[in-house]
Design a protein around this ligand. Structure first.
Ligand code: PHE
Length: 340
């Protein structure tokens, strides 16, 4: 037995039981286990002992050190527990602290515009009629007065599937055929919204997928003036009552006559980068349904007439919000989407 070792051992064990705070515990560790602590100093003094005692002394001192280190860890844990319990008991809950927010989703800007478009057309008596995105060549082109090898096919670069004759629709116009065949010979007033696909080089102005909203009215005595009035009413609701609208003669194989619709740019005719200095923005193609198409849909062009239009909601959204690159729409970049 080495009384000096046992004394340090007893002192350390009895003094640690009274310790209840981290600071005092730290001091205890320094006093006994630190670089100049009692145990450390004793261990270092082994060399001055008579040779025969050294091994036993060293062994006992190491055992005491290990034991004290264990006591230190236990006490440290106990003090932390006490501190936590105390803070829970004493501490008030600060009800003014802001809570963790749950991120909420929003409506995609294209969907937003689509819904606005539905509302406006609904007010004018147009119902939504949905048709397929995967079409056959015949409905997408042939029945719309665009036979194979017609040069106008160049207007719609096409994604073909591995099934011959089955393609991704390049526009919503084939929906005209589906609607007419469903309702002929009755009157029609529908819009046909949905995704279209074109085999294009993607750029700031062109995407390979985009929405269109087709419109179709078929009945008796429907005239070009009805088309112009209806489109103008739409544009005023969409862009504001003062906004000017202009119709330009154009060409589509499935309408005759055909026109394109421009609205006055937000730069009010001054000319900016969005309108490329022209002061006008193109928002739709339209025209009177071609007699061939009416016949393909099951109507008699001698009795019935109709108008059709096709507009691009992404285009309209870009104009309304000054978005300069169509690639943002399907890029899934939250920094873009979160702004709406
Ligand atoms: N389908 C035409 C296009 O994609 C737009 C259009 C629709 C034109 C209806 C006239 C009538 O360019």
């Amino acid at each position: 037995m080495f009384p000096e070792l046992e004394k340090v051992h007893d002192d350390a064990k009895s003094s640690i039981t009274a310790i209840t705070d981290a600071e005092a515990l730290q001091a205890w560790e320094t006093a006994y286990l630190g670089r100049k602590g009692a145990i450390t100093l004793l261990l270092r003094s082994v060399g001055q002992l008579p040779k025969d005692d050294r091994a036993a002394f060293g062994q006992r001192a190491n055992a005491i050190r290990d034991e004290l280190e264990g006591l230190f860890r236990d006490r440290q844990k106990a003090i932390e527990d006490i501190a936590l319990a105390r803070s829970l008991e004493e501490g008030e809950i600060d009800v003014t602290l802001p809570g963790r927010t749950t991120p909420t989703g929003g409506i995609h800007p294209a969907t937003r515009t689509l819904r606005q478009i539905y509302d406006i057309w609904a007010d004018m008596g147009f119902q939504v009629f949905r048709t397929r995105e995967v079409e056959d060549d015949e409905t997408n082109f042939g029945l719309l007065n665009i036979p194979p090898h017609h040069p106008a096919r160049d207007m719609w670069d096409t994604f073909h599937t591995t099934t011959p004759g089955v393609i991704l629709r390049t526009h919503t116009s084939p929906g005209q055929i589906h609607a007419m065949r469903r309702f002929a010979p009755g009157p029609i007033r529908v819009i046909l919204p949905g995704m279209c696909f074109r085999y294009e080089q993607i750029s700031a102005r062109k995407e390979i997928q985009f929405n269109q909203v087709e419109g179709l009215a078929v009945g008796t005595n429907i005239r070009l003036s009805d088309l112009k009035g209806t489109i103008t009413a739409f544009a005023r609701r969409m862009f504001g009552a003062e906004r000017k609208v202009r119709f330009r003669g154009s060409y589509f194989p499935f309408t005759e006559p055909s026109m394109e619709v421009d609205v006055e740019c937000f730069c009010e005719g001054k000319g900016c980068s969005v309108c490329k200095g022209t002061g006008w923005l193109e928002i739709a193609g339209c025209g009177m349904v071609h007699p061939v198409v009416l016949r393909n849909g099951g109507y008699d062009p001698a009795v019935h007439s109709g108008f059709a239009f096709g507009m691009g909601p992404e285009r309209i959204t870009m104009l309304k919000h000054g978005i300069t690159d169509i690639r943002y729409f399907w890029g899934n970049d939250l920094r873009f989407l979160e702004q709406f």
